[in-house]
Design a protein around this ligand. Structure first.
Ligand SMILES: Cc1cc2nc3c(=O)[nH]c(=O)nc-3n(C[C@H](O)[C@H](O)[C@H](O)COP(=O)(O)OP(=O)(O)OC[C@H]3O[C@@H](n4cnc5c(N)ncnc54)[C@H](O)[C@@H]3O)c2cc1C
Length: 379
């Protein structure tokens, strides 16, 4: 057992750290204010070969491991949470279900353009009346004249305005409960499909969050993803991987907030000395450093288990839960260390604080993570 990154993982960390400092950080505050989507950054990430990082080379991917994916999410989120969530959702929610459950033809048709970065990946599970209780899906798909006809709506879907198609869930046989839910790949420009991007969010302003409305949208038999009736199970498996992405985002945002706080504490003088000379501030920074380290180890362990082909459900839920709650606390303390200036936009920790809250909600709330862990430990 050792804790060192491999040569490839270290190279990816350096590449993305440098890229994030040079290309992502400078416009992050501006994008937060204007809500401008970072399209150019994703074109650049495509040129760097990052848009299909953990997927097979056969489909244009980078054949890298999950730890490398987590490192990229972490480094992007360290300077811009919106860029971090966009990337994480593209890979772990957009590409992953096609990689895990798609046929060879579906992978060639849908995964390859995602890996090339031609458009972004997205995933539609949540509905207005089915959030934590995703088994309560109301969207329906009816088989009619060799086509599936889908009607319903989805809410809070990341990246859909920039996706040419996405996987969604729909009920194909209501009498079978969660075993009557199936997954489909649906083109976003299909007649009857509307993507609405109107939300006014607390944070992650330059990420794209949408409502989807499907009115008798037709897809072919070949667009069923995986096995009919397995959609719910497939999406739960997808979310296990997605939680590693959210955990990595939390580590990145917390790291960014901590670094800004350490720097500020050294520069800001009160009572004739730097804030960093006060033990009360030192202890806050020490706790931040320790908790970030712990969360990072948890995220990398869950990623490592996944890479070994081992069961990682419990570890992914623990990593996501611990890292997201840690991130919220670290951002709270970061604002505190900055005092009144922390409450202002200028010092950026205010943005980190707003962005962090989503991590306790998306891809399963903290309460849902505790339910998953409780089931895994045999409650
Ligand atoms: C910015 C953003 C991006 C998102 N991106 C996506 C996406 O790309 N794709 C997608 O499908 N979804 C996405 N979501 C949706 C997200 O996954 C859901 O918001 C989340 O799962 C919670 O569902 P809900 O909002 O309906 O809350 P509810 O399920 O209504 O929960 C409300 C509260 O009740 C608690 N609760 C619910 N059930 C229980 C229970 N049994 N025991 C205890 N407490 C409970 C919850 O923990 C929460 O605190 C996104 C959400 C946001 C805000």
């Amino acid at each position: 057992m050792h804790f060192d990154l491999t040569k490839e993982q270290s190279m990816i960390r350096k590449l993305i750290r440098d890229f994030a400092e040079a290309e992502v950080a400078p416009g992050a505050d501006h994008r937060d204010r204007t809500r401008e989507f970072p399209k150019k950054i994703f074109n650049q990430l495509a040129e760097l070969g990052m848009m299909g990082l953990p997927f097979p080379e056969q489909y244009g991917g980078g054949d890298a491991d999950t730890i490398s994916f987590a490192i990229v999410v972490e480094e992007l989120s360290r300077v811009c949470g919106s860029t971090g969530i966009t990337y994480s959702a593209h890979i772990s929610l957009g590409g992953a279900p096609i990689h895990l459950f798609g046929t060879h033809e579906q992978k060639e048709k849908y995964l390859t353009p995602l890996c090339k970065g031609e458009y972004l990946g997205a995933f539609g599970l949540t509905e207005p009346n089915a959030g934590s209780d995703a088994g309560g899906t109301q969207t329906t798909a009816t088989f009619n004249e060799n086509k599936w006809v889908i009607s319903g709506s989805k809410c809070f879907i990341t990246n859909a305005s920039y996706a040419k198609n996405l996987a969604i869930t729909a009920v194909t046989d209501r009498s079978k409960g969660i075993n009557g839910i199936s997954a489909f790949i649906v083109p976003t420009d299909a007649p009857g499909f509307t993507v609405i991007s109107n939300y006014e969010k607390m944070g992650l302003h330059s990420s794209n969050t949408t409502e989807l409305v499907l009115e008798n949208v037709s897809v072919s038999e070949n667009d069923l993803l995986g096995v009919e009736g397995n959609g719910f199970k497939q999406f739960l498996a997808t979310l296990d991987g997605g939680r590693i992405g959210i955990g990595a985002m939390a580590v990145g945002i917390a790291q960014g907030a901590y670094e800004k706080s350490l720097q500020y504490a050294k520069e800001r003088k009160q009572f004739g000395q730097s804030l960093s000379n006060f033990q009360a501030i030192q202890f806050k920074l020490a706790d931040m450093a320790m908790n970030i380290e712990l969360a990072r180890n948890m995220v990398y362990k869950a990623a490592w288990l996944k890479d070994q082909g081992r069961i990682f459900k419990k570890e992914a839920a623990m990593a996501k839960l611990y890292a997201s709650e840690m991130c919220m606390k670290v951002c709270d303390q970061a604002v505190q260390i900055h005092g009144g200036y922390g409450y202002m936009k200028e010092y950026q920790v205010e943005r980190f604080f707003r962005d962090a809250k989503l991590l306790e909600i998306g891809e399963g709330t903290s309460e849902v993570q505790r339910m998953v862990i409780a089931r895994q430990i045999g409650c």
